[in-house]
Design a protein. Sequence first.
Length: 183
Amino acid sequence: MKKIFAVALVAMMTLTVNAQVYVGGGVGLLTSSYDGNSETYFSILPEIGYNINEDWAVGIAVGYGEAKSKVNVAGVKVTEKVKTFQIAPYARYTFAKFDKVNLFVDGSVGYKHENFAGVKTNTFAVGFKPGVAVNLNDKLSFVAHVGFLGYQNDKVKGDDKSTNTFGLNLDGSNLSFGVYYNF
């Protein structure tokens, strides 16, 4: 076991020395209130990737989110919670490079599990996400993704039906921001 750990440690150090590895991701915190009701949402989506060459990279994002709502129902305060876990490996192709800006597209396969008041939903998605990276310096990049082109399947546990979605979504509801640090 010690030998396996040592080999894995040396491999990770070698990757880092070659300046091919990047880490980053995004976090989110949202709170709102209306008519005595309130909602708080928190998410964290760390990401690690490896630059294969100047145009191609592979990586994985793993995330957790939690929402808590307090709602007045007929004068009674009801609390609802939603917990989300997701994982999305991807391959990234950078197709245009300008001075400090790179345009890319991520091809990904993703899985998301959501638990809302005991109702468990599993989502599987495969598709493409276009993005832009603004290289602030040699080590730090600001990254944004907008939209999705692909297929998504949502299935509620215990239900024999599922929802299938295919298409292109380029509106602001499918927008994410993150920061990457390049080793």
